[in-house]
Design a protein around this ligand. Structure first.
Ligand SMILES: [Zn+2]
Length: 345
Protein backbone atom coordinates (compact mmCIF):
# COMPACT_ATOMS: atom_id res chain seq x y z
CA UNK A 1 0.00 0.00 0.00
CA UNK A 2 1.24 3.47 -0.86
CA UNK A 3 2.19 5.53 2.24
CA UNK A 4 -0.10 8.38 1.12
CA UNK A 5 -3.14 6.05 1.11
CA UNK A 6 -2.08 4.46 4.41
CA UNK A 7 -1.89 7.93 6.04
CA UNK A 8 -5.39 8.69 4.76
CA UNK A 9 -6.77 5.40 6.18
CA UNK A 10 -4.97 5.96 9.48
CA UNK A 11 -6.45 9.47 9.80
CA UNK A 12 -9.90 8.07 9.04
CA UNK A 13 -9.43 5.51 11.84
CA UNK A 14 -8.42 8.33 14.21
CA UNK A 15 -11.50 10.29 13.23
CA UNK A 16 -13.59 7.14 13.86
CA UNK A 17 -12.01 6.79 17.29
CA UNK A 18 -12.87 10.37 18.28
CA UNK A 19 -16.49 9.84 17.16
CA UNK A 20 -16.69 6.55 19.12
CA UNK A 21 -15.33 8.21 22.29
CA UNK A 22 -17.78 11.07 21.89
CA UNK A 23 -20.69 8.61 21.49
CA UNK A 24 -19.66 6.33 24.39
CA UNK A 25 -18.95 9.27 26.72
CA UNK A 26 -22.70 10.04 26.68
CA UNK A 27 -23.83 6.44 27.21
CA UNK A 28 -24.54 5.83 30.91
CA UNK A 29 -24.67 2.02 30.59
CA UNK A 30 -21.22 1.99 29.02
CA UNK A 31 -19.84 4.40 31.66
CA UNK A 32 -21.15 2.19 34.49
CA UNK A 33 -19.51 -0.84 32.87
CA UNK A 34 -16.26 1.13 32.42
CA UNK A 35 -16.25 2.19 36.09
CA UNK A 36 -16.70 -1.39 37.33
CA UNK A 37 -14.01 -2.66 34.95
CA UNK A 38 -11.60 0.12 35.91
CA UNK A 39 -11.66 -1.00 39.55
CA UNK A 40 -10.49 -4.45 38.43
CA UNK A 41 -7.78 -3.59 35.96
CA UNK A 42 -6.35 -0.59 37.83
CA UNK A 43 -5.74 -2.90 40.80
CA UNK A 44 -4.25 -5.56 38.55
CA UNK A 45 -2.33 -3.55 35.94
CA UNK A 46 -1.46 -0.93 38.55
CA UNK A 47 0.87 -3.44 40.13
CA UNK A 48 2.54 -4.46 36.88
CA UNK A 49 5.22 -1.78 36.67
CA UNK A 50 5.45 -0.96 40.39
CA UNK A 51 8.34 -3.33 41.06
CA UNK A 52 10.50 -1.60 38.40
CA UNK A 53 12.49 1.07 40.27
CA UNK A 54 12.40 3.65 37.46
CA UNK A 55 9.52 5.11 35.46
CA UNK A 56 8.70 2.71 32.62
CA UNK A 57 6.31 5.32 31.20
CA UNK A 58 9.07 7.93 31.03
CA UNK A 59 11.33 5.46 29.26
CA UNK A 60 8.56 4.89 26.74
CA UNK A 61 8.16 8.66 26.22
CA UNK A 62 11.91 9.10 25.88
CA UNK A 63 12.24 6.29 23.32
CA UNK A 64 9.28 7.71 21.41
CA UNK A 65 11.04 11.08 21.14
CA UNK A 66 14.27 9.41 19.95
CA UNK A 67 12.34 7.32 17.42
CA UNK A 68 10.55 10.31 15.92
CA UNK A 69 13.71 12.41 15.80
CA UNK A 70 15.37 9.57 13.88
CA UNK A 71 12.35 9.21 11.61
CA UNK A 72 12.25 12.91 10.71
CA UNK A 73 16.03 12.91 10.22
CA UNK A 74 15.78 9.91 7.86
CA UNK A 75 12.57 10.66 5.93
CA UNK A 76 12.19 14.42 6.59
CA UNK A 77 8.56 15.53 6.28
CA UNK A 78 7.72 12.67 3.89
CA UNK A 79 4.63 10.45 3.89
CA UNK A 80 6.47 7.68 5.78
CA UNK A 81 7.09 10.02 8.71
CA UNK A 82 3.43 11.09 8.73
CA UNK A 83 2.34 7.47 8.55
CA UNK A 84 4.34 6.49 11.65
CA UNK A 85 3.19 9.60 13.45
CA UNK A 86 -0.48 8.96 12.69
CA UNK A 87 -0.20 5.27 13.72
CA UNK A 88 1.46 6.35 16.98
CA UNK A 89 -1.27 8.90 17.73
CA UNK A 90 -3.93 6.28 16.91
CA UNK A 91 -2.36 3.81 19.32
CA UNK A 92 -1.95 6.35 22.16
CA UNK A 93 -5.50 7.60 21.70
CA UNK A 94 -6.88 4.05 21.84
CA UNK A 95 -4.89 2.97 24.92
CA UNK A 96 -5.53 6.28 26.73
CA UNK A 97 -9.30 5.90 26.56
CA UNK A 98 -9.23 2.13 27.08
CA UNK A 99 -7.16 2.32 30.28
CA UNK A 100 -8.23 5.60 31.90
CA UNK A 101 -9.64 8.40 29.71
CA UNK A 102 -13.36 7.65 30.14
CA UNK A 103 -12.99 8.52 33.82
CA UNK A 104 -13.26 12.14 32.62
CA UNK A 105 -16.88 11.50 31.73
CA UNK A 106 -18.08 9.79 34.93
CA UNK A 107 -20.60 11.78 37.02
CA UNK A 108 -18.84 14.67 38.73
CA UNK A 109 -18.34 14.56 42.49
CA UNK A 110 -20.79 17.45 42.73
CA UNK A 111 -23.54 14.87 42.14
CA UNK A 112 -22.47 13.07 45.31
CA UNK A 113 -22.22 16.18 47.47
CA UNK A 114 -24.93 18.33 45.89
CA UNK A 115 -23.24 21.54 47.04
CA UNK A 116 -25.43 24.55 47.65
CA UNK A 117 -24.37 27.81 46.13
CA UNK A 118 -21.09 28.70 47.82
CA UNK A 119 -20.67 32.44 48.29
CA UNK A 120 -17.74 34.71 49.10
CA UNK A 121 -18.52 34.62 52.84
CA UNK A 122 -18.03 30.81 52.79
CA UNK A 123 -14.63 31.26 51.15
CA UNK A 124 -13.66 33.71 53.87
CA UNK A 125 -14.77 31.36 56.65
CA UNK A 126 -12.77 28.51 55.09
CA UNK A 127 -9.70 30.73 54.62
CA UNK A 128 -9.85 31.82 58.27
CA UNK A 129 -10.14 28.29 59.65
CA UNK A 130 -7.46 26.91 57.29
CA UNK A 131 -5.08 29.72 58.20
CA UNK A 132 -5.55 29.01 61.91
CA UNK A 133 -5.01 25.26 61.41
CA UNK A 134 -1.95 25.79 59.20
CA UNK A 135 -0.30 28.06 61.76
CA UNK A 136 -0.82 25.51 64.53
CA UNK A 137 0.31 22.56 62.44
CA UNK A 138 3.39 24.36 61.16
CA UNK A 139 4.48 25.20 64.72
CA UNK A 140 3.84 21.68 66.03
CA UNK A 141 5.37 19.63 63.21
CA UNK A 142 8.98 18.36 63.11
CA UNK A 143 11.41 20.25 60.88
CA UNK A 144 12.88 17.17 59.18
CA UNK A 145 11.23 15.82 56.02
CA UNK A 146 9.58 12.46 55.52
CA UNK A 147 11.09 10.10 52.99
CA UNK A 148 9.30 9.40 49.72
CA UNK A 149 8.42 5.88 50.90
CA UNK A 150 6.95 7.23 54.14
CA UNK A 151 4.80 9.76 52.28
CA UNK A 152 3.61 7.05 49.85
CA UNK A 153 2.79 4.72 52.76
CA UNK A 154 0.66 7.40 54.48
CA UNK A 155 -1.16 8.18 51.21
CA UNK A 156 -1.91 4.50 50.59
CA UNK A 157 -3.24 4.20 54.15
CA UNK A 158 -5.35 7.35 53.59
CA UNK A 159 -7.81 5.33 51.47
CA UNK A 160 -9.70 4.45 54.66
CA UNK A 161 -10.55 8.14 55.14
CA UNK A 162 -12.49 8.39 51.87
CA UNK A 163 -16.26 8.32 52.40
CA UNK A 164 -17.88 5.10 51.17
CA UNK A 165 -20.28 6.88 48.83
CA UNK A 166 -17.50 8.06 46.50
CA UNK A 167 -17.13 6.26 43.15
CA UNK A 168 -13.60 4.92 43.67
CA UNK A 169 -12.22 3.66 46.95
CA UNK A 170 -10.60 0.39 45.91
CA UNK A 171 -7.14 -0.88 46.83
CA UNK A 172 -4.56 0.37 44.38
CA UNK A 173 -0.96 0.47 45.42
CA UNK A 174 1.19 3.41 44.42
CA UNK A 175 4.94 3.86 44.70
CA UNK A 176 5.71 7.30 43.23
CA UNK A 177 8.67 7.52 40.84
CA UNK A 178 11.02 10.38 40.06
CA UNK A 179 10.46 11.82 36.61
CA UNK A 180 13.23 11.55 34.00
CA UNK A 181 12.42 15.13 33.05
CA UNK A 182 12.37 17.01 36.39
CA UNK A 183 14.37 20.03 35.15
CA UNK A 184 12.22 20.40 32.02
CA UNK A 185 9.07 19.98 34.12
CA UNK A 186 10.22 22.74 36.45
CA UNK A 187 10.34 25.14 33.47
CA UNK A 188 6.83 24.04 32.53
CA UNK A 189 5.56 24.52 36.10
CA UNK A 190 4.63 20.81 36.40
CA UNK A 191 5.07 19.13 39.80
CA UNK A 192 3.86 15.65 38.93
CA UNK A 193 1.86 13.63 36.42
CA UNK A 194 0.08 10.36 36.14
CA UNK A 195 0.91 8.06 33.25
CA UNK A 196 -2.37 6.44 32.17
CA UNK A 197 -0.54 3.97 29.90
CA UNK A 198 1.57 2.40 32.66
CA UNK A 199 -0.44 3.35 35.77
CA UNK A 200 2.60 5.11 37.26
CA UNK A 201 2.70 8.32 39.34
CA UNK A 202 5.69 10.55 38.60
CA UNK A 203 6.92 13.53 40.59
CA UNK A 204 9.23 16.44 39.91
CA UNK A 205 12.15 15.87 42.28
CA UNK A 206 13.09 19.56 42.26
CA UNK A 207 9.87 20.84 43.83
CA UNK A 208 9.98 22.49 47.29
CA UNK A 209 9.34 20.27 50.33
CA UNK A 210 5.90 21.63 51.24
CA UNK A 211 4.52 20.54 47.85
CA UNK A 212 5.58 16.87 48.05
CA UNK A 213 2.74 15.29 50.02
CA UNK A 214 -0.13 17.06 48.27
CA UNK A 215 1.41 16.50 44.84
CA UNK A 216 1.91 12.75 45.40
CA UNK A 217 -1.61 12.46 46.84
CA UNK A 218 -3.01 14.28 43.79
CA UNK A 219 -1.33 11.81 41.40
CA UNK A 220 -2.50 8.88 43.55
CA UNK A 221 -6.08 10.20 43.20
CA UNK A 222 -5.68 10.12 39.40
CA UNK A 223 -4.55 6.52 39.67
CA UNK A 224 -7.63 5.70 41.76
CA UNK A 225 -9.70 6.90 38.80
CA UNK A 226 -10.45 10.55 39.63
CA UNK A 227 -9.51 12.17 36.32
CA UNK A 228 -10.63 15.85 36.55
CA UNK A 229 -8.09 18.09 38.28
CA UNK A 230 -10.42 19.56 40.91
CA UNK A 231 -11.50 16.03 41.91
CA UNK A 232 -7.90 14.81 42.13
CA UNK A 233 -7.03 17.79 44.35
CA UNK A 234 -10.05 17.14 46.54
CA UNK A 235 -9.42 13.39 46.90
CA UNK A 236 -5.73 14.13 47.51
CA UNK A 237 -6.80 16.44 50.35
CA UNK A 238 -9.01 13.75 51.91
CA UNK A 239 -6.19 11.19 51.69
CA UNK A 240 -3.95 13.47 53.78
CA UNK A 241 -6.36 15.39 55.99
CA UNK A 242 -6.61 12.79 58.76
CA UNK A 243 -3.08 11.47 58.53
CA UNK A 244 -1.31 10.71 61.79
CA UNK A 245 1.67 12.80 60.62
CA UNK A 246 1.17 16.59 60.91
CA UNK A 247 3.59 17.22 58.00
CA UNK A 248 1.15 15.59 55.58
CA UNK A 249 -1.88 17.33 57.07
CA UNK A 250 -0.06 20.66 56.82
CA UNK A 251 0.86 20.08 53.16
CA UNK A 252 -2.83 19.41 52.32
CA UNK A 253 -4.22 22.34 54.31
CA UNK A 254 -1.53 24.77 53.14
CA UNK A 255 -2.39 23.89 49.53
CA UNK A 256 -6.14 24.32 50.23
CA UNK A 257 -5.45 27.68 51.94
CA UNK A 258 -3.53 29.00 48.92
CA UNK A 259 -6.33 27.84 46.61
CA UNK A 260 -9.05 29.55 48.63
CA UNK A 261 -6.99 32.76 48.78
CA UNK A 262 -6.64 32.58 44.97
CA UNK A 263 -10.42 32.22 44.63
CA UNK A 264 -10.98 35.24 46.91
CA UNK A 265 -8.47 37.21 44.79
CA UNK A 266 -10.35 36.19 41.63
CA UNK A 267 -13.55 37.58 43.14
CA UNK A 268 -11.74 40.97 43.09
CA UNK A 269 -11.82 41.05 46.88
CA UNK A 270 -8.72 42.92 48.12
CA UNK A 271 -8.90 41.29 51.56
CA UNK A 272 -7.04 38.26 50.16
CA UNK A 273 -3.88 40.13 51.16
CA UNK A 274 -4.89 39.91 54.85
CA UNK A 275 -4.64 36.12 54.69
CA UNK A 276 -1.23 36.21 53.04
CA UNK A 277 -0.13 38.74 55.65
CA UNK A 278 -1.43 36.42 58.37
CA UNK A 279 1.03 33.63 57.49
CA UNK A 280 3.30 32.73 60.41
CA UNK A 281 7.06 33.16 59.97
CA UNK A 282 7.53 29.47 59.18
CA UNK A 283 4.67 29.55 56.66
CA UNK A 284 6.20 32.64 55.06
CA UNK A 285 9.46 30.74 54.77
CA UNK A 286 7.64 27.89 52.93
CA UNK A 287 5.96 30.39 50.65
CA UNK A 288 9.26 32.15 49.93
CA UNK A 289 10.82 28.82 48.91
CA UNK A 290 7.92 28.21 46.52
CA UNK A 291 8.31 31.66 44.98
CA UNK A 292 12.06 31.15 44.63
CA UNK A 293 11.41 27.83 42.83
CA UNK A 294 8.92 29.47 40.47
CA UNK A 295 11.25 32.40 39.82
CA UNK A 296 14.21 30.16 39.11
CA UNK A 297 12.36 28.24 36.41
CA UNK A 298 9.95 30.87 35.09
CA UNK A 299 10.03 31.39 31.33
CA UNK A 300 7.87 31.70 28.24
CA UNK A 301 7.63 27.94 27.65
CA UNK A 302 5.57 27.74 30.83
CA UNK A 303 3.11 30.30 29.44
CA UNK A 304 2.69 28.35 26.21
CA UNK A 305 2.32 25.06 28.05
CA UNK A 306 -0.37 26.61 30.24
CA UNK A 307 -2.37 27.64 27.19
CA UNK A 308 -2.00 24.18 25.60
CA UNK A 309 -2.86 22.32 28.80
CA UNK A 310 -5.81 24.63 29.44
CA UNK A 311 -7.14 23.66 25.99
CA UNK A 312 -6.57 19.94 26.73
CA UNK A 313 -8.53 20.17 30.00
CA UNK A 314 -11.40 22.01 28.32
CA UNK A 315 -11.47 19.33 25.61
CA UNK A 316 -11.79 16.65 28.28
CA UNK A 317 -14.94 17.78 30.02
CA UNK A 318 -13.30 20.31 32.38
CA UNK A 319 -14.88 23.57 31.30
CA UNK A 320 -12.88 25.68 33.73
CA UNK A 321 -9.54 24.54 32.25
CA UNK A 322 -6.59 25.38 34.48
CA UNK A 323 -8.87 27.17 36.92
CA UNK A 324 -10.30 23.77 37.88
CA UNK A 325 -7.22 23.16 40.06
CA UNK A 326 -8.49 25.71 42.61
CA UNK A 327 -12.15 24.75 42.20
CA UNK A 328 -11.65 21.79 44.54
CA UNK A 329 -12.24 24.23 47.41
CA UNK A 330 -15.96 24.24 46.50
CA UNK A 331 -16.03 20.45 46.82
CA UNK A 332 -14.16 20.72 50.10
CA UNK A 333 -16.66 23.19 51.59
CA UNK A 334 -19.60 21.02 50.43
CA UNK A 335 -17.88 17.96 51.91
CA UNK A 336 -17.33 19.70 55.27
CA UNK A 337 -21.00 20.73 55.35
CA UNK A 338 -22.13 17.16 54.60
CA UNK A 339 -19.74 15.86 57.27
CA UNK A 340 -21.18 18.25 59.88
CA UNK A 341 -24.73 17.24 59.00
CA UNK A 342 -23.78 13.56 59.22
CA UNK A 343 -24.73 13.00 55.56
CA UNK A 344 -21.59 10.98 54.76
CA UNK A 345 -21.15 7.29 55.30
ZN1 LIG B 1 -3.54 16.19 37.84
Amino acid sequence: MKPKLAVFISLMVLFGQTKTVSFLSKNQTFLNFYKTSYVKWSSLLGRLWQSVPFSVGDLFYFLSIVFFLYLFYRFRLGWKSFLWLSLYVNLLFFVFYLFWGFNYFLPKLETYYKPQEIVLTDLHKTAESLLKECKELREAMPEDSLSLQEIDAHINQGLVFLPNNLPYKHRVFSASKASFFSTQLSYLGVLGYYNPFTFECQYNKKMPGVKWAHTLAHEFAHKLGYAPEDQANFIGYLLLEKSSDPRLVYSAKYKALKSVITLIYKENDPTYECYLGGFSLKMKSDYTKELAFEKKYANKVGDFQSVAYDAFLKGNNQNKGLESYNAFVYLLIAHQRAEKKGDLN
